[in-house]
Design a protein around this ligand. Structure first.
Ligand SMILES: NC(=O)c1ccc[n+]([C@@H]2O[C@H](COP(=O)([O-])OP(=O)(O)OC[C@H]3O[C@@H](n4cnc5c(N)ncnc54)[C@H](O)[C@@H]3O)[C@@H](O)[C@H]2O)c1
Length: 395
């Protein structure tokens, strides 16, 4: 039976998920309806594909008018919670982009709505379902390193200037890079460890690398440093700084302008870190950086027990297990055909299909999205207040 899905916010991320991770697995899935504020532009972009899609400018009207098997939400961050609550009130299966919420009010509203919501929800956390994370979880559960005692997790983002040169630079929308970026990493760490954070102590550095005194609204092509700035699209400036092929040579807002913000008005971090005390007593540390480049890119974790150490990194797609009391280290190299986010994107698509076809529970559920958003928000507050804070889980 052909499946009909509706989309709220048909932007870059969700259109990619639909094409590469849902319709690639099942091309009978049909986008029946779209709600967006750019409907004319989307119609033009889709061309012939737009025929048969009904466009709405109001999510409630779409949800009331269409018979849908499931809904995908791909708006920017601040609208995830309000749109999710609309879908949840119709008890429809849902694919929800992260972060699922950006403030405590939204987190609590989502938590309340989830008590009456029984349909499956797939939160867009691909890392937890990547083969690397699943292998790490399996090895820990088999006892390969003994009881997990210590986590050291890193995310050195070699494409980090996107958080300063496009819509992501708007702190009002992202609410900072714990919620925007670390939400993935905090989630996979909890998933792999089978534990949840009790207390966090965080720190962040802002407006030391990005931001500055260039005028608000400045774009590269109007700047007198166009030919020399490493963030400029001029010739090869950016290609040598970012991963090859990433983002091309498009003009963009200045990464070093006053409108990036600062500590007083809020802005995305250049780097940020947190200590995490988990409920079991497990200790963790996570640190993220947005100005490392090229081969310095790293994303993964070292997980240590008395009996062994697991280390994995999504840039190499390798997991290494060292057994402390045997003369042995084993490496697992994951296949290169796994797709986006170390293969996790495809797994999310698979879970959404099972959710809408069979009502099968998701391996990336709403509760995980809510938990991660709450931990990340608590990290930001800890950094702002320079205090250890307990994570205030709702009842
Ligand atoms: N899970 C992941 O790995 C991952 C990766 C990239 C982005 N994201 C998340 O996906 C979200 C979208 O990012 P993007 O890069 O696709 O942004 P985008 O701007 O390309 O897409 C957002 C879409 O929402 C639409 N929109 C805005 N206001 C709306 C409204 N009131 N009603 C309906 N639609 C509306 C926009 O017109 C646009 O089409 C972000 O929250 C981002 O954090 C997640």
């Amino acid at each position: 039976m052909a499946l009909r899905v509706g989309v709220i916010g048909y932007g870059g991320r969700i259109s990619g998920v639909i094409k590469s991770c849902i319709r690639a697995l099942d091309d009978t899935v049909k986008v029946a309806a779209i709600t967006d504020i750019r409907n004319d532009e989307i119609r033009r972009q889709l061309g012939a594909e737009a025929e048969g899609i009904t466009f709405y400018d109001d999510a409630d009207r779409m949800l009331d008018s269409e018979r849908l098997d499931g809904v995908l939400i791909g708006t920017r961050c601040t609208l995830h919670t309000p749109m999710a609550i609309k879908v949840m009130s119709r008890n429809l299966p849902m694919y929800l982009e992260k972060p699922v919420a950006v403030n405590l009010e939204q987190i609590l509203a989502l938590h309340e709505a989830s008590k009456r919501y029984t349909a499956p929800c797939v939160v867009s956390f691909p890392l937890r379902l990547s083969p690397l994370a699943l292998r790490a979880k399996q090895l820990i559960e088999e006892g390969a390193i003994g009881r997990l005692e210590h986590i050291q997790a890193v995310n050195n983002v070699p494409y980090g200037s996107i958080y300063f040169d496009c819509w992501y630079r708007d702190f009002g929308t992202t609410q900072g890079l714990f919620l925007q970026k670390a939400t993935h990493d905090i989630d996979y760490l909890c998933f792999v460890a089978g534990d949840r954070p009790k207390q966090v102590a965080a720190m962040m550095s802002r407006a030391r690398v990005y931001g500055g005194d260039k005028p608000a609204g400045l774009h590269c092509t109007a700047c007198d440093e166009f030919e020399t700035c490493p963030e400029s699209p001029f010739w090869k400036n950016r290609q040598t700084g970012l991963q090859p092929g990433w983002r091309g040579n498009a003009d963009h807002p200045c990464c070093f302008s006053v409108d990036i913000g600062n500590d007083a008005v809020g802005c995305n971090e250049d780097s940020s870190s947190c200590l995490i005390q988990f409920e079991s007593g497990l200790q963790g540390v996570y640190t993220q950086n947005f100005f490392a480049r090229r081969d310095a890119g790293a994303r993964g974790a070292t997980l240590i027990g008395y009996d062994g150490t697991i280390h994995f990194d999504w840039y190499t797609n390798v997991l290494k297990l060292t057994r402390h009391h045997e003369n042995e280290t084993v490496s697992y190299k994951m296949g290169s055909e796994t797709g986006g986010h170390g293969g996790g994107d495809m797994e999310l698509g698979y879970d959404f299909l099972r959710a809408i076809r069979e009502q099968k529970p998701s391996r990336s559920p709403l509760a995980a999205g809510i938990q991660s958003a709450l931990v990340c928000l608590t990290c930001r507050q800890s950094a702002e207040q320079r205090q250890f804070l307990n994570v205030p889980y709702p009842a």
